[in-house]
Design a protein around this ligand. Structure first.
Ligand SMILES: C[S@@+](CC[C@H](N)C(=O)[O-])C[C@H]1O[C@@H](n2cnc3c(N)ncnc32)[C@H](O)[C@@H]1O
Length: 325
């Protein structure tokens, strides 16, 4: 009799205990999975790491001072997480980008010098916002479109300085300088020849200058050959022209193939080079959805993106990070 009572007791108690133990986990995993749509390519794990970015300025950038922000670049460069990372960036900065486009539209009309695809400008802005460089290098501003975008992001960061170099000083009359900008009228080739430590102070590098092979041979050999103290994002614009293969790209690909300190290389130019973007199904359309949700879909400026290719549109910047030893 005693045994029978024990049997009935176990028969009810064991399922009850199992239900109590498993329900919270079921609910927890459901709420985590519900966070993304069914076709969201983000694997769990990679994106939360990106989500946990520090929003403050101090530390964060430099391995010496704390964790690097390399996770942003890695999330963008991995086709599994590219779309999720872009969604996070646009989600965090959509309102600022709307304001940026509003502000720059009359500027573009005035200068007739916004030859930079909207999506790449948006990325340039957002990457400066999240990376928060202390000392950024720009070659070259021309009339100052990229310069103005970088400075807008730095103003928002309330942090950082930009050093811009050009062979002419047209930018000086067009760029609003609130004290974070230093322009030098010079040939950067001369500056690096005179000082081998010239690039040392910079923790973010933007290159958009002479689009010729001889020039990219120089900047990949001399300008980018230094070891860096902090992980340093590099953006090279106009690597591919509409038909690609020409201009300065081959030297850059060669550099990237052999540089031991380069990681997280990626581009939006899916049709032009091996890129994680090409592996994202309907990447272009999805990015347009993300932009449209922030009220910045389509072409925002008088200079339109060069067009769309099946494999991903024509957005010729290439992004990578030089890592600190
Ligand atoms: C394509 S434009 C830059 C456009 C600019 N980033 C923008 O957003 O409008 C190229 C600029 O590179 C400058 N440049 C070319 N070679 C240079 C050099 N060796 N040193 C400094 N600037 C150079 C040119 O004078 C020109 O203004």
């Amino acid at each position: 009799m005693e045994r029978l009572r024990y049997f009935w007791f176990l028969l009810f108690l064991v399922p009850l205990l199992m239900m109590l133990l498993t329900t919270p986990w079921t609910l927890l995993s459901k709420s985590f999975n519900d966070g993304g749509s069914g076709d969201d390519p983000r694997p769990s794990g990679a994106t939360p790491e990106f989500r946990s970015l520090p929003t403050h300025v101090a530390g964060g950038r430099c391995r010496r001072n704390g964790p690097s922000q390399l996770n942003i670049a890695k999330a963008l460069a991995d086709s599994e997480t590219t779309m999720g990372a872009l969604a996070q960036l646009y989600g965090a900065h959509g309102a600022e980008l709307r304001a940026l486009h509003e502000k720059m539209r009359p500027w573009c009309e005035k200068t007739k010098s916004c030859k930079f695809c909207d999506r790449e400008v948006e990325l340039l802005y957002m990457l400066v916002r999240v990376w928060k460089p202390k000392h950024m290098f720009e070659m070259a501003p021309n009339r100052g479109y990229s310069t103005s975008v970088i400075l807008e992001a730095m103003e928002r960061n309330e942090y950082g300085h930009l050093d811009s170099f050009d062979l002419h000083n047209a930018s000086v009359q067009f760029v609003e300088n609130k004290g974070r900008w230093n322009f030098t009228l010079a040939n950067v080739m001369d500056l690096t020849a005179a000082n081998s430590s010239f690039m040392k102070p910079y923790d973010m590098i933007f290159i958009d200058a002479l689009h010729e092979q001889a020039f990219s041979k120089w900047y990949t050999h001399d300008l980018l050959s230094h070891a860096v103290d902090c992980d340093t994002p590099v953006i090279i614009h106009d690597i591919c022209a509409a038909e690609c293969g020409g201009r300065e790209s081959m030297q850059v690909y060669q550099y990237l193939a052999f540089a031991a300190d380069v990681v997280a290389t990626w581009t939006l130019a899916g049709g032009m080079m091996p890129t994680p973007w090409a592996a994202v199904k309907n990447g272009c359309a999805k990015l347009e959805e993300i932009r449209a949700a922030q009220g910045i879909g389509g072409n925002q400026k008088n200079f339109k993106c060069l067009g769309q290719r099946k494999s991903g549109g024509i957005d010729p910047s290439i992004f990578f990070v030089k890592v600190a030893a």
